[in-house]
Design a protein around this ligand. Structure first.
Ligand SMILES: Nc1ncnc2c1ncn2[C@@H]1O[C@H](COP(=O)(O)OP(=O)(O)OP(=O)(O)O)[C@@H](O)[C@H]1O
Length: 312
């Protein structure tokens, strides 16, 4: 099994996010076998399926006991949060998990959280993002940080190069038990349809594995966008009020203009940064085009006196 574990310090304390499903159960077992000692098993009960959700939480707590590891569990009213925050299920659940991980890190002084995303998740995510209009092929990172209420959460995905088939083989060879995720079996979300319908069809018509090709292309694309991001120092294009100074931006090649605009919107926490949104925003630079464009979340990008800025 290929993995990234050698990059992590086995003596440090790490959280492991365990849903009780196959992937995170394998991650936990693999970490224990690999000599990680200071692990804290974290489970978030999303309370989506009353009985089954409580069953998942109990299962994970018992798993932690079996390995002799610390356990940190919290229940979150995901449905209530969806209504109060007007966000989708996956987003709310993810944000809630991140907040729980931060509290668990503070309690246990852990270095970060380890999650069970694998190579097939990566390919499905890349296709999903691509089809939604992402700027470049965007996937999951081996390591990234998430800021939650001013706390920086380090997230690492040791299984990111491991194929689902290898995870299945591991489950069999180690005789592991896990909980079946009802949403996986039902296959009704777009992501699940990509997993259960699109990916097998692609393998059938290409007559070869497609995950390595998709992930390879995403890796190149992410390296290129990281490089561009490192070349762009946003502050060089801003005036003292934090507005983009247009003459400086317009001197750049269009690829770098896109990178500056991407950074600018990201700094202002504009969600859903698609390729078409960035193109629309760059159109605002053109003095013959409209002097403003609508941003997701109800704000505007405006042009005035050679400056671009964001307004409510
Ligand atoms: N209820 C949970 N409690 C703790 N950790 C979880 C839970 N659900 C998922 N995780 C962790 O997150 C990983 C990814 O889970 P899953 O694929 O369901 O989430 P996702 O929505 O696709 O990913 P993301 O973390 O990007 O939201 C799991 O392998 C596991 O490590």
């Amino acid at each position: 099994m290929q993995h990234f574990l050698e990059r992590l310090d086995t003596n440090q304390s790490w959280l492991v996010g365990v849903s009780g499903g196959r992937d995170s159960v394998v991650l936990l077992d693999y970490l224990v076998q690999d000599g990680f000692k200071n692990l804290v098993v974290v489970h978030v009960n999303h309370q989506l399926r009353a009985k089954a959700s409580n069953g998942d939480a109990e299962f994970v707590e018992q798993l932690a006991q079996k390995y002799g590891l610390a356990f940190y569990g919290e229940a979150v009213d995901v449905i209530g949060l969806m209504e109060s925050e007007k966000k989708g299920l996956e987003v709310v659940a993810r944000e809630a998990r991140h907040a729980v991980y931060v509290r668990a890190i503070q309690k246990h002084s852990a270095a970060g959280v380890l999650l069970g995303h694998h190579a097939d998740d990566q390919a499905e995510t890349v296709l999903f993002n691509l089809l939604r209009g992402s700027s470049g092929l965007k996937g999951i990172r081996f390591e990234n940080t998430v800021t939650v209420d001013e706390c920086v959460l380090k997230v690492v995905r040791p299984l990111l190069e491991v194929r689902r088939s290898e995870i299945n083989d591991y489950v069999k060879s180690r005789g592991l038990e896990y909980r079946e995720d009802a949403s996986n079996a039902e296959a009704f979300t777009v992501r699940n349809r990509i997993r259960h319908e699109v990916m097998p069809l692609l393998v059938e018509i290409m007559r070869r594995e497609v995950v390595p090709a998709v992930n390879g292309a995403a890796e190149v694309s992410m390296e290129q966008s990281d490089y561009l991001a490192s070349e762009v120092v946003l502050e060089q294009f801003l005036d003292p009020q934090g507005r983009i100074f247009l003459p400086a931006l317009l001197e750049l090649d269009v690829v770098l203009q896109q990178a500056v605009m991407f950074q600018f919107l990201k700094t202002h926490k504009v969600p859903d940064l698609s390729r078409s949104l960035i193109a629309e925003c760059l159109l605002v630079c053109d003095t013959v085009a409209a002097a403003k464009c609508n941003l997701p979340g109800g704000r505007w990008l405006r042009r005035k006196e050679q400056r671009l800025f964001i307004q409510q």
